[in-house]
Ligand binder design. Structure first.
Ligand SMILES: NC(=O)c1ccc[n+]([C@@H]2O[C@H](COP(=O)([O-])OP(=O)(O)OC[C@H]3O[C@@H](n4cnc5c(N)ncnc54)[C@H](O)[C@@H]3O)[C@@H](O)[C@H]2O)c1
Length: 432
């Protein structure tokens, strides 16, 4: 009953954001797909062939002939009626001020699909949620509508593990975790999600699948706290944190989890997933400790970077910030440390130009071209690891930037010796 016929049946993706858009395009290589979002203006852009996110490979997929034939974009809920498989990829924000997990988009999505479900349909939740949500909120809603899980409707959770800036490649290669309400649903979901590429890992329960996503991001957040602390230690003891971490990892599997430090932890996922797990466990009588330590270190990093700028700037005041996005090769600025750093240094009297090739913002002027942004600048502060900043033409910069310019490199993208050779003063995060 929950078998899926590639020729007859359709898949709907509900929530066409950073996850939903690339996922629907990649599924459209093999299946008939409806990309649905409540944001009609976003859908209109997609219908015109315009990507609403800046993500390598997405525009190309949108304009691929085969993909175009297999996908329709819609903000009309009636179009969901024909989709036997409905994949929910809406946001699950966290309200830090009130320590609250905001499920409103999930409730909204369930409300929209509630009149469009038929017996034999499958619902796959991909939005990140604490364990128990799929068999709680989602299953309850289906049962309130008069459907039994798994007799009438198959339910599955498959965590989304992509990283922005490399989403398309991640979708094609990362292992796919699948938990489901019953073996038939598990098999159908494995076939559909597995068609993207990468190993399929079937787990014994939906809760295990939900918990794996928590493990991914909770541990990443804690490892970032650890590596940011190594950067602070390196500055005190006079070693280079990049050399330290790369050498410590080299051929030594026990250190393989070490990450590189940065100017602050941005992005919507790492700024909520550890906290939604903490909030959920608090309700279950368990106080999580690791998240507190990591928050303490990670949230101080933007201020530490400001302190480095103030320490080395001396009388230099014209500052160019390279990179506003929270990570390389994306336009996503959610929880980016760049604005925090901008506001702090702006209050301290620095004259700041922001630059990012991908980001536009109605509140700030952001110069797309880094060379234009660096003209007559005294200080280059690199915050984002955009590919084009790596190994920049320093010789050319000597003509553009002011004399005796300072480079503060929080991502290790510029060679120190090269910078010094061309007359720059160079300091890196964890590599003074
Ligand atoms: N962004 C990532 O790299 C990433 C990675 C892994 C997991 N996740 C998780 O995936 C989920 C989605 O993240 P995102 O970054 O794509 O979010 P997003 O905000 O970019 O996209 C969410 C989309 O859902 C739409 N939406 C909201 N309510 C809706 C409704 N009722 N019906 C239909 N559409 C609705 C919004 O208009 C928006 O387009 C989150 O739970 C997130 O934690 C994200």
């Amino acid at each position: 009953m929950k078998e899926f016929s590639k020729d007859k049946d359709k898949i709907a993706i509900i929530g066409m954001g950073y996850v939903g858009l690339p996922l629907s395009l990649l599924l459209a290589r093999n299946y008939s797909v409806i990309g649905f979002d409540v944001d009609a203006s976003r859908i209109e852009k997609m219908q015109e062939g315009t990507a609403t996110i800046s993500e390598p490979g997405v525009s190309e997929l949108m304009n691929d002939t085969e993909v175009k034939q297999n996908i329709t974009y819609s903000s009309n809920p009636d179009d969901l009626k024909n989709a036997k498989v409905k994949i929910v990829t809406v946001g699950t924000p966290y309200e830090s001020k009130i320590d609250y997990i905001d499920y409103s988009q999930i409730y909204g999505a369930l409300e929209i699909i509630s009149g469009k479900i038929n017996r034999g349909d499958i619902i796959i939740l991909k939005s990140t949620v604490p364990p128990g949500t799929t068999n709680g909120i989602v299953k309850d809603k289906l049962e309130n509508l008069g459907f039994q899980v798994p007799e009438d409707i198959g339910l599955s959770f498959s965590p989304e593990r992509i990283v922005e800036g490399q989403a398309v490649n991640d979708f094609k290669s990362l292992p796919k975790i699948i938990g489901a309400s019953d073996p038939e649903t598990l098999n159908t979901c494995s076939e559909i999600i597995g068609s993207l590429g990468g190993k399929v890992i079937k787990v014994s329960s939906i809760e295990t699948a939900e918990m794996i996503k928590m493990v991914d991001n909770y541990s990443r957040f804690v490892f970032l706290g650890l590596t940011n602390e190594f950067a602070l230690i390196s500055e005190k003891v006079g070693v280079d944190v990049l050399e330290l971490i790369n050498a410590a990892k080299d051929n030594y599997p026990r250190n393989s989890g070490l990450l590189l430090p940065g100017p602050g932890v941005g992005g919507s996922c790492l700024n909520k997933d550890p906290y939604i797990l903490r909030a959920h466990m608090k309700k279950n009588g368990l106080t999580l400790k690791m998240v507190e330590c990591a928050t303490y270190v990670n949230s101080n990093m933007p201020y530490h970077v400001c302190e480095l700028v103030e320490r080395y700037a001396v009388n230099r005041k014209n500052l160019t910030i390279l990179g506003v996005a929270f990570k390389g090769d994306t336009n996503d600025t959610r929880f980016t440390p760049a604005y925090q750093i901008y506001n702090y240094l702006n209050d301290k009297g620095f004259k700041i130009t922001l630059s990012d090739p991908y980001v536009s913002d109605s509140k700030f002027h952001i110069e797309k071209n880094e060379f234009a942004a660096l003209r007559n600048s005294d200080i280059m502060l690199i915050l984002t690891d955009h590919r084009q900043y790596k190994g920049m033409e320093l010789k050319m910069l000597t003509d553009i930037m002011n004399k005796n310019a300072l480079i503060i490199d929080t991502r290790g993208l510029i060679h120190r010796n090269e910078a010094i050779k061309y007359g720059f003063e160079y300091h890196g995060l964890g590599r003074l």
